[in-house]
Design a protein around this ligand. Structure first.
Ligand SMILES: [Zn+2]
Length: 677
């Protein structure tokens, strides 16, 4: 027993960070896993007939201690890690997956869940309870619990093969990324690159005891070179190398892996009774069916294509005028786009940063949330934190009732991973009539203040803060009974709605006036700067949209139809891209063999969700624009139907209840300037 295994005797039962020692974690996990196992056994072996309460509800409330310890531990592993914590993570992760596999394979437990599921129509359940029952049942059935033994065995085989193939896919992409380097020895070959990028290239060379500069296929090296380097031949060399990853017929080639992964996923879906892998995946998405996704992508394609073609023509004319280029190739796109963008907007970060002092932006975010959702944020110093940089807040409603605890951890340091995220230290749920409020955290990597200068954010960092705070609101305002349906536990093509919609306030005068004031003079950000920000935010949106759609269609083509007839990866891909391509094809290149999102990561049949989420957020925000961005009625509808509801109902139902109708792509197209207002 460690302090982690006790119920915390702290204000608001917050995590007692200062009292937790690294060596506590492993024994704490072991103890909590034993306890969770005992809870599961008690449910499985209950002599009473299975009911919703003694099986489904009991299952959802089981393992509370384990969840709490896992949250604390894995959040620290992201935000404040060290060798010791990383070692514990390696030891603990297999124990946790073994524990969750044991549940999924527990036949006695499934029998009870199934009994309740089969009698669901005769039970008097609330909507939320129906959703929970469905979710728990699918947690088993989608892993083969209903299959006869021989098919179960085949499913395990497929799962094992798939995890090896995915691993191999990723290893090949990594090996190919690492195998390439472009060694430059003449400074004029780096012409156009910003100083920082040059320095980085020089450091890369130094690290390998080479003279001059090294450019690699890692994004921090690759992207600046493609964006700024004026040497077209070198851009071409680099672009072709990047596009040929795992497509060269060498030992790192992924063509066969792609075909095998697609086939095995299809077979797995068929075994479980689904037509295709996409049908299997989309069952648990807002979009529901491949037909909806394909219709969505094609409708967007039809509407965005004219704008994309127009932008492409303009860009080509610009390149012709500037450098006498007749036909744009893939390696010209980023370079001339950047040049044109500079010419049109001449907007740089340094111009904007003085208006975005971190403290002002935080206050802005809180003020907007207060005006919309009747919340109050009060900084408190009575609770423990895991690092001095962390700020802690108590969030209350207008009556002073506790709504949430909010942690904000803004600055980079060794031990924190890159990026920005929202996370949860304690979920919200209602048990025995008591609404147990959540502990939510935002973690970012913004520029730290110095002695002479406060932390001034780039506009990109401002939208990041708003984005993550939008996710935080989804957690803070959660108001559901069951923890597994609370807050951001929603279908993943729905989870970016609260975050993305909140970003919209960053572009509105009425909102900016609340916080975008010059840190020295107090002057409010000038309107023409705001207009420029808006215009540059949607620069080349048509081409970007087309690109995203093409990736979404490629994903669906691998997963939404019978894949066994596909024998040639490149030929298949070319056919799919036919309708979306702007640049001439490069024969040495292939996208699928390095499309890690869908062949290694979790995005298979899910790439469309990037655009899907944008359509949702633009459509939702248009409602605010129609009624006023601080309109209380619209805000209340958003809070009551979306932010507080977690995953208790189908997202489309929730959305329609908020908006009064299904989302339409027009709002996004209007916002992006692709169609007229
Ligand atoms: Zn997000």
């Amino acid at each position: 027993m460690t302090i982690l295994n006790t119920s915390f005797d702290t204000p608001y039962q917050t995590a007692p960070f200062s009292k937790i020692k690294n060596e506590d974690f492993l024994p704490a996990f072991l103890h909590a896993i034993e306890e969770a196992k005992a809870e599961i056994d008690a449910i499985s072996n209950n002599p009473e007939a299975p009911t919703f309460e003694n099986t489904i509800e009991a299952l959802d409330f089981s393992g509370e201690q384990l969840d709490r310890i896992s949250s604390i531990f894995f959040n620290l592993n992201s935000a404040e890690t060290n060798d010791e914590i990383q070692k514990i993570a390696q030891d603990v992760s297999p124990l946790l997956s073994e524990f969750s596999n044991d549940i999924t394979l527990n036949e006695m437990l499934f029998k009870r869940v199934k009994t309740v599921y089969n009698s669901k129509d005769s039970l008097e359940l609330t909507t939320e309870q129906h959703t929970l029952l469905d979710k728990k049942y699918k947690g088993f059935s989608r892993n083969g619990a209903n299959l006869p033994e021989d098919k179960k065995t085949r499913l395990r085989e497929i799962d094992k093969n798939l995890s090896q193939l995915k691993l191999k896919f990723g290893e090949n992409v990594l090996a190919e990324t690492n195998a390439f380097e472009m060694h430059l020895t003449k400074e004029r070959d780096l012409e156009g690159l910003p100083e920082g990028a040059k320095e980085a290239a020089q450091q890369l060379a130094e690290a390998k005891q080479k003279k001059g500069w090294l450019i690699t296929l890692d994004y921090p090296s690759y992207i600046p070179f493609m964006t700024y380097a004026s040497n077209r031949k070198l851009r071409k060399k680099l672009a072709i190398a990047a596009g040929a990853k795992a497509f060269k017929g060498n030992e790192n080639d992924n063509q066969d892996n792609v075909l095998q992964i697609a086939k095995l996923r299809h077979e797995r879906a068929n075994l479980l009774g689904y037509q295709t892998h996409a049908h299997f995946v989309l069952e648990e998405r807002m979009a529901k069916t491949p037909k909806t996704v394909e219709h969505f992508l094609n409708e967007l394609l039809e509407k965005a294509k004219p704008a994309a073609e127009r932008e492409f023509k303009n860009l080509e004319a610009f390149a012709k005028e500037l450098d006498g280029i007749d036909h744009l190739e893939k390696w010209d796109g980023s370079y001339y786009s950047e040049k044109l963008k500079q010419k049109l907007f001449s907007l740089d970060d340094e111009q904007l940063k003085p208006y975005f002092k971190l403290e002002n932006v935080i206050n802005g975010v809180f003020t907007i949330a207060e005006r919309l959702y009747d919340l109050k944020f009060e900084e408190i110093d009575t609770i423990d934190k895991y690092h001095d940089d962390v700020l802690t807040y108590k969030v209350t409603d207008l009556k002073g009732n506790l709504v949430s605890i909010f942690y904000a951890d803004f600055f980079p340091r060794p031990g924190k991973r890159n990026g920005a995220w929202m996370t949860v230290y304690k979920s919200q749920y209602i048990k025995n009539g008591e609404n147990s409020r959540p502990h939510i955290s935002n973690v970012c990597n913004f520029t730290k203040p110095t002695k002479s200068k406060p932390s001034l954010l780039t506009f990109n960092e401002v939208t990041t803060l708003f984005h993550e705070f939008g996710h935080a609101l989804h957690g803070i305002l959660a108001n559901t009974t069951y923890p597994s349906l609370s807050g951001t536990n929603v279908f993943w093509d729905f989870v970016e709605l609260p975050s993305q919609v909140f970003e919209n306030w960053c572009y509105e005068k009425e909102a900016l006036e609340l916080f975008a004031t010059h840190y020295e003079t107090g002057e409010v950000i000038p309107m023409d700067l705001i207009e420029k920000i808006k215009a540059s935010a949607t620069f080349h949106e048509g081409m970007q949209t087309l690109r995203q759609i093409s990736f979404g269609l490629l994903d669906m083509s691998w997963h939404g139809q019978y894949p066994n007839s596909i024998t040639n990866v490149k030929a298949h891909e070319s056919k799919v891209f036919e309708n979306t391509k702007l640049y001439p094809d490069v024969v040495e290149n292939c996208m699928s063999t390095a499309f890690s999102h869908i062949f290694q990561g979790g995005y298979s049949s899910g790439y469309y969700s990037y655009k899907w989420a944008e359509v949702l957020d633009a459509d939702a925000f248009e409602y605010f624009l129609e009624e006023g961005i601080f309109n209380k009625d619209v805000a209340k509808k958003f809070k009551d139907n979306i932010l507080s509801q977690g995953g208790i109902e189908d997202p489309m139902t929730l959305y329609k209840r908020f908006r009064g109708k299904e989302p339409q792509p027009e709002a996004l197209l209007r916002r992006a300037g692709l169609i007229a207002n």
